[in-house]
Write a protein that binds this ligand. Structure first.
Ligand SMILES: Nc1ncnc2c1ncn2[C@@H]1O[C@H](COP(=O)(O)OP(=O)(O)OP(=O)(O)O)[C@@H](O)[C@H]1O
Ligand SMILES: [Mg+2]
Length: 239
């Protein structure tokens, strides 16, 4: 068994995951018998046509949606065997999720948005805001800390969502279509930033995307079709 902190250790393992919706005649599989490993220190891309089960898979590996069958292992624990308190703790402390449409709170400042997961972890308000400012600085938005998200561009809002996801220092960071609503240049800048500043040897990043312009940032690409994995290709850590 490899040590924590070692690049290439298995950070997350999905084993024979199934998710179906409906019953009887109308039962359809969104995800069928999906197994894969995500390694620490890598960016794993999940690609596939619309409706192939990518978001459903992300929801199951991030503790949001319970599979009908199969297991998800993180730190050698089976996620879906955890108690509801342990699962909530996992979602808060181990995993960061950056949604396609950012999910920022419009009535809060960007610093307050970034501080939310820290407040949920019962960090003192002023300390949480200080930490939020530090992470906004990391994503290059120090001078926007007191503005509402509406005053920021799409790329800047995406960076606020990233700052919020990394402020809790998760081991696993998940992006669903991070560049879908950004122009090509902004999308590439975000990926460049994620690869150089957000990825680290203890962290794995899982990205669902249709955007072939950002495939060059992948360490591994997993292809899905009709709910199944049809291939996974590792291209190494040399980039
Ligand atoms: N709550 C639900 N109830 C019924 N069917 C669902 C539900 N969620 C997803 N599905 C179905 O499961 C399949 C996979 O959906 P999913 O959202 O995972 O696809 P996706 O690969 O993320 O697609 P996209 O690229 O369009 O986001 C689709 O056929 C979808 O209609
Ligand atoms: Mg989706």
């Amino acid at each position: 068994m490899s040590k924590v902190g070692e690049v290439g250790r298995v950070a997350l393992k999905a084993s024979h995951l199934d998710k179906w919706f409906g019953e009887g005649e109308s039962k359809t599989f969104a995800v069928r018998d999906v197994s894969f490993e995500a390694l620490a220190g890598e960016m794993l891309f999940i690609v596939g046509p619309s409706g192939s089960g990518k978001t459903t898979l992300l929801s199951m590996i991030s503790g949001i949606l319970k599979p009908n069958a199969g297991e998800v292992f993180v730190s050698e624990k089976d996620l879906w065997m955890l108690s509801s308190n342990e699962l909530a703790d996992f979602r808060l402390n181990k995993i960061g999720f950056v949604f396609q449409d950012f999910h920022l709170f419009p009535r809060l400042t960007t610093a307050e948005n970034v501080a939310i997961p820290l407040i949920l972890r019962r960090v003192d308000w002023s300390e949480a805001i200080d930490t939020a400012r530090k992470y906004l600085d990391i994503v290059g938005l120090k001078n926007k800390a007191d503005l509402p998200p509406m005053k920021l561009s799409g790329g800047e809002q995406q960076r606020v969502a990233i700052a919020r996801a990394i402020a809790a220092q998760p081991d696993i960071l998940i992006f669903d279509e991070p560049t879908a609503s950004l122009d090509g240049d902004t999308g590439r800048k975000i990926l460049e930033f994620v690869k150089t500043e957000v990825l680290n040897p203890n962290r794995c990043i899982i990205i669902v995307t249709h955007d072939s312009r950002i495939f060059e940032y992948a360490d591994a690409i997993m292809k899905m079709e009709d709910g199944k994995v049809i291939g996974i290709e590792r291209v190494g850590h040399e980039k």
